[in-house]
Design a protein around this ligand. Structure first.
Ligand SMILES: NC(=O)c1ccc[n+]([C@@H]2O[C@H](COP(=O)([O-])OP(=O)(O)OC[C@H]3O[C@@H](n4cnc5c(N)ncnc54)[C@H](OP(=O)(O)O)[C@@H]3O)[C@@H](O)[C@H]2O)c1
Length: 277
């Protein structure tokens, strides 16, 4: 691992579902100013090698250097993959984790990632023996210097509570799809806040399409000459989230980053937080 590291950014560029244009979009996102990239070693939804190509292109043209970038990838269980596996499915889970991360490092052209997430627990509730084995294997990767920080994704409160009973180390990150109808994942966010865990919110727009048309969002957007997505991103940042955007549009990339300059009043933030649940 190199000597100096990127700070944890306040916005991650999400690379899911981008297929062939993944490399060009990743490079464009870095050129536009993103310094954090989210991916996964899961060909079903992500083209991680394409992310690596985009990053390499950005390095070549001097847009950023490795120590300025925050790269995040994930380990995905067999159940979440298609037939194109980044590990030997017959190997133990510990070996699968090591193989998956080794393959990610190759895809991304680096010898460490800044963050390594468990893509999702093995069961709908609780924290299974499999999850515990995977988490311990992830910790070994971290201790060996191949990942700086660890996290979990697609978790409910019950997963986190049980995880904390079994494991002696909390994740640095929780990454969840964030629905307004659950008070924007209120319970999980509170759990994270109380333990210093950084909450990463994804699908903030696509999971909340009706919110983008609600006056609580459209009124401040009109008043400040912004777009409703910018208001949602500004809101989510103000309530403490690390944001992800999955845009494929250059103008939207700029707008999403520009939302960092917007501060909504406490009244607007409260209104959006209570919009649907
Ligand atoms: N851990 C997991 O299981 C998991 C699951 C899903 C996603 N993720 C991560 O989260 C990332 C984001 O997810 P997502 O794509 O669902 O999020 P999203 O940002 O809510 O959705 C992207 C959509 O929002 C639109 N958009 C973005 N910025 C906009 C703007 N300023 N104005 C108007 N439209 C805008 C995009 O359209 P345009 O392309 O036209 O801009 C696109 O249709 C993924 O790429 C992935 O990295 C993680």
């Amino acid at each position: 691992m190199a000597g100096s590291f990127a700070p944890i950014p306040d916005f991650l560029y999400g690379t899911a579902w981008k297929k062939d244009p993944t490399a060009a979009l990743t490079e464009q996102a870095l050129r536009t100013g993103f310094r954090g990239v989210d991916t996964a070693n899961q060909l079903r939804h992500y083209h991680e090698a394409g992310v690596g190509e985009g990053i390499a292109a950005a390095f070549r043209t001097g847009v950023a250097s490795r120590s300025e970038l925050f790269l995040q990838t994930k380990f995905t269980y067999v159940q979440g993959q298609d037939h194109r596996l980044p590990y030997d499915a017959a190997a133990s889970l510990s070996v699968q984790v090591a193989q998956s991360l080794a393959s990610s490092l190759e895809h991304l052209g680096t010898d460490y990632v800044d963050s390594f997430l468990l893509h999702g627990p093995s069961m709908r509730q609780g924290w299974s023996f499999d999850d515990a084995e995977v988490w311990d294997a992830m910790r070994k990767e971290r201790d060996a210097g191949r990942a700086r920080l660890l996290g979990v994704s697609n978790v409910g409160l019950h997963h986190l509570q049980r995880m904390m009973e079994v494991q002696d180390e909390a994740p640095a990150f929780v990454q969840n799809r964030c629905f307004a109808v659950t008070g924007w994942d209120r319970d999980v966010r509170q759990f994270c806040r109380e333990r210093g865990i950084i909450y990463q919110g994804f699908s903030l727009l696509t999971a909340n399409l009706e919110v983008l048309q609600h006056p609580v969002v459209t009124d401040p957007a009109e008043k400040f000459g912004l777009t409703p997505p910018q208001v949602v991103f500004a809101f989510a940042r103000q309530i403490g989230m690390l944001l992800l955007t999955g845009t494929t549009n250059g103008e939207h990339m700029k707008q999403d980053l520009a939302s960092r300059g917007l501060t909504l009043s406490a009244k607007v933030v409260e209104g959006i937080e209570r919009i649907a649940g």
